[in-house]
Design a protein around this ligand. Structure first.
Ligand code: NDP
Length: 251
């Protein structure tokens, strides 16, 4: 295991679920955390919680209000980071969502746009503007949060599964693009995780969201964060290309 103390880690979608769990586990390592999301009050709550848990002096956090769908906002946010935060070592492309569960020919095109813009384009924009700095500094690690949905399509999951299949392809392509550099690329692809994901999918319909977990003991966000922690703390010659982690009882 290597130390990532003082390394700069940018986590997108840090305001809840897997992203917030990553922030908590990585705070233990002494890494410098850039926490990005749209909901600033949620990021501030998380930062306050971390300050309470850890020694404030050893904790280094920078909050970033960011909508990953906005290409020019992403470009400007990355290029305007304060100098002490600009040399990102680890990018965790985690921001993502699902909307709706419909047959393709009955689906809501607004939902499609949102999933494609967030899960694919957002990840591409972050990668496009962060990785050149890694190439220049000759070090770095990109961790993309894909999904089992990128490997197997479930009924009515068509567009979401399509976006995660794209994440899988993009991760593999980026790995090839960066061959010959020390920059690592990892795809972490979980099965069902209990987060706000299902609430978001069903536009806040809590009852429908709960039904998703019936008959399954879902992963926790901490289970996924543990795997991410493992991947980013391997010796620098080791690249974990892809991890699929599933609840034991999910098909
Ligand atoms: P949550 O809904 O708990 O978290 C999603 C995060 O993404 C939030 O922090 C949200 O922040 C952020 N986000 C969404 N849209 C945007 C945007 N346009 N710009 C910036 N941030 C955005 O869900 P999870 O933690 O479960 O999801 C994290 C990742 O894990 C996603 O990529 C998801 O597809 C993937 N995943 C989830 C699984 C699950 O079963 N939960 C299974 C497999 C993969 P905010 O709204 O504040 O901007």
């Amino acid at each position: 295991m290597i130390s990532i103390q003082n390394q700069i880690v940018l986590i997108t979608g840090a305001s809840s679920g897997i992203g917030a769990a990553c922030a908590k586990i990585l705070a233990l390592t002494g890494a410098k955390l850039i926490l990005a999301a749209r909901r600033q009050e949620r990021l501030q709550q998380l930062a306050a919680e971390l300050v309470e848990t850890f020694d404030e002096k050893s904790l280094q956090i920078h909050l970033l209000e960011l909508d990953v769908r906005d290409r020019s906002a992403v470009e400007s946010a990355i290029s305007n980071l304060p100098p002490e935060w600009s040399d990102i070592d680890i990018l965790i492309n985690n921001a993502g969502l699902s909307r709706g569960l419909d047959k393709l020919h009955e689906g809501d095109t607004q939902d499609w746009e949102e999933m494609i813009d967030t899960n694919i384009k957002g990840l591409l924009y972050l990668t496009r503007y962060v990785v050149p700095g890694m190439v220049k500094r000759d070090r770095g690690h990109v961790v993309n949060i894909g999904s089992i949905a990128g490997h197997q399509t479930y009924p009515k999951g068509n567009v979401y599964c399509g976006t995660k299949a794209a994440v899988k392809a993009i991760s593999e392509g980026l790995k090839q693009d960066l061959l010959g550099t020390p920059i690592r690329v990892t795809s972490v692809d979980p099965g069902m995780v209990e987060t706000e994901f299902s609430q978001v999918r069903f536009h806040g319909d809590g009852d429908r969201a709960k039904l998703v977990y019936q008959g399954v003991t879902p992963l926790t966000p901490e289970d996924v964060a543990d795997v991410i922690f493992f991947c980013v703390t391997r010796p620098t010659h080791v690249n974990i290309n892809e991890v699929i982690l599933m609840p034991v009882d999910q098909a």
